[in-house]
Design a protein around this ligand. Structure first.
Ligand code: NAG
Ligand code: NAG
Ligand code: NAG
Ligand code: MN
Length: 470
């Protein structure tokens, strides 16, 4: 899932990790993003802890990417501010809404965080609408997720047989196939696919189920608020649509003009894509092709689903009246090298769905289109799916559903520029807000992953150059 300032943070990461120290003139951008250093846990929390407890808390923070120490000490059943915009509380919903199965996926999540997700789902979903809860454990090694979780499940099920189902993966499958495993176990007409570090807000289910009941080809995302990873306070986020950049990292977008013109804060927001958690008609999800199970670990699946649903006749909306708070971790637990998985998955999306625009994804990742050396696996089934569903072109999608996405035409070249005689000189795109390139000394040879690429475009016969990944 997307941090609110995803783009900014990624740019910071590049500068922090990839920049040689002698890089000139970076101004404020060079400052480290402190969420990547462990002491960020104690910036707003825990000053009065004893040194021993600090050590325990820090260890849990490093393991989980959030304050597991604090979570274990907070009630599972805690109140939440009602963050719905005006108007939502007045809407009345039909009585015969379809039931939902809520799927939570996790790997090595803190038990108290999972239990709080479950408790808030039970407390804030009308009980006649919540058919079951499905827990998908993607081969966690964390011991507390074994007996203690089983105890909780059998206790709950002794009062409501079969209410909580547990699916355990015998090997790690990544979050994409975990979501599909949860969907396979679900039996209600509607399935909600969530991370297991969320808290549901009041009234979230009715608007979602109504929109799906009206039109089963709608895939719905709630509006997200943030649970701060250190203090666990709820942080209200602005109403947003959901999209992506050309590397296919998700990002929040300003809602479209047509939504603002309505002047109705509770109206659904049409969205180009999804940031990860969503609710879908169970059978429609299968008809449209589930998620791309050829993707690994993390990233890209939400973008692929968004593009596919629009191109193949469905739609996506974010509902302001359905709100869910979600922990944005300080770091993700999946793997050290998340980026290489996101890149691989992004190239799959480009190859299957993006037609002539696939070049934009290759450019954004600074990867050559031929012989990239990246094994994206077999995409023939996904291509066959696109054909079978008779989907529209990516150009149609961009023009109609995602007009704010910048198109790059007349690209002459992209890649790294280096001087073959003096290869410790790097030519770089220069500061963010400027088109002035910079030249600087690099300790070693300029390497494709370390120098940021430049893009050359011809505009009215004049060469201009720009960055592509913002
Ligand atoms: C909400 O409903 C109440 C009573 O039904 C009414 O008085 C009020 O004007 C409504 N508010 C809005 C914003 O529609
Ligand atoms: C995780 O995978 C290993 C084999 O890779 C298996 O032996 C173990 O039972 C799995 N753990 C769970 C909780 O499923
Ligand atoms: C605003 O949107 C909500 C949700 O779609 C709808 O129920 C309500 O009637 C709308 N209000 C107005 C004034 O159009
Ligand atoms: Mn998450």
């Amino acid at each position: 899932m997307c941090p609110l300032a995803a783009t900014v943070r990624r740019i910071f990461m590049l500068f922090v990790f990839l920049r040689p120290p002698e890089t000139p003139g970076r101004g404020d951008e060079g400052q480290a993003d402190t969420s990547f250093s462990d002491s960020s846990l104690f910036a707003h929390w825990g000053q009065d802890l004893s040194p021993d407890n600090r050590r325990v808390a820090l260890k849990m923070f490093q393991y989980y990417g959030y304050n597991g120490y604090l979570s274990d000490r907070l009630p599972l059943d805690r109140p939440m501010p009602d963050l719905r915009p005006d108007g939502c509380r007045n809407i009345t919903y039909p009585l015969n809404l379809p039931q939902v199965s809520i799927v939570f996926i996790f790997v090595n999540e803190a038990l108290s965080v999972i239990l709080r997700s479950i408790r808030s789902a039970i407390n804030r979903t009308p009980s006649h609408l919540l058919k079951e809860i499905i827990l998908v454990d993607d081969n966690s090694s964390n011991n507390e997720l074994k007996e203690k979780l089983e105890d909780f499940v059998s206790q709950t099920n002794s009062q409501r047989p079969g209410f909580i189902k547990v699916v355990r993966h015998l090997k790690q499958e990544g979050l994409i196939r975990s979501r599909v495993s949860g969907w396979r176990a679900a039996t209600a007409p509607v399935v909600a696919l969530f991370d297991a570090h969320v808290e549901f807000n009041i009234g979230w289910a009715e608007p979602v189920l109504q929109r799906i009941q009206e039109d089963r080809t709608r895939i719905i995302s709630p509006s997200f608020d943030n649970i701060k990873y250190d203090t666990f306070e709820i942080d209200e986020y602005p109403l947003s649509a959901q999209g992506f950049d050309w590397e296919l990292w998700c990002r929040y977008l300003n809602p479209p003009k047509s939504w603002w013109y309505k002047g109705n804060k509770s109206a659904p927001i049409q969205s180009p894509a999804l940031i990860g958690c969503f609710v879908v008609d169970r059978l429609y999800f299968e008809e449209i092709g589930l998620l791309d199970e050829g993707m690994e670990v993390y990233g890209g699946e939400n973008v692929e689903l968004g593009i596919r649903v629009w191109q193949c006749g469905g739609s996506i909306e974010v509902l302001p009246c359905a709100r869910i708070a979600h922990i944005e971790r300080a770091h993700k637990p999946y793997t050290e090298d998340l980026t290489s998985h996101v890149r691989r998955n992004a190239l799959r999306v480009a190859e299957v769905w993006m037609d002539e625009f696939k070049s934009h994804v290759y450019m954004a990742w600074n990867v050559p289109m031929e012989d990239s050396g990246i094994d994206i696996g077999d995409v023939s089934e996904r291509k066959a799916l696109r054909k079978r569903l008779q989907c529209k072109t990516f150009r149609w999608y961009l023009v109609n559903m995602y007009p704010e996405m910048r198109m790059y035409s007349d690209t002459v070249a992209y890649g790294v520029m280096k001087n073959s005689l003096k290869n410790d000189l790097c030519l770089d795109q220069g500061p963010d807000n400027d088109n002035v390139p910079i030249l600087y000394l690099f300790q070693a040879e300029c390497v494709i992953d370390l120098c940021k690429q430049r893009i050359w475009e011809k505009k009215n016969g004049v060469d201009v150059n720009r960055r592509i990944s913002k």
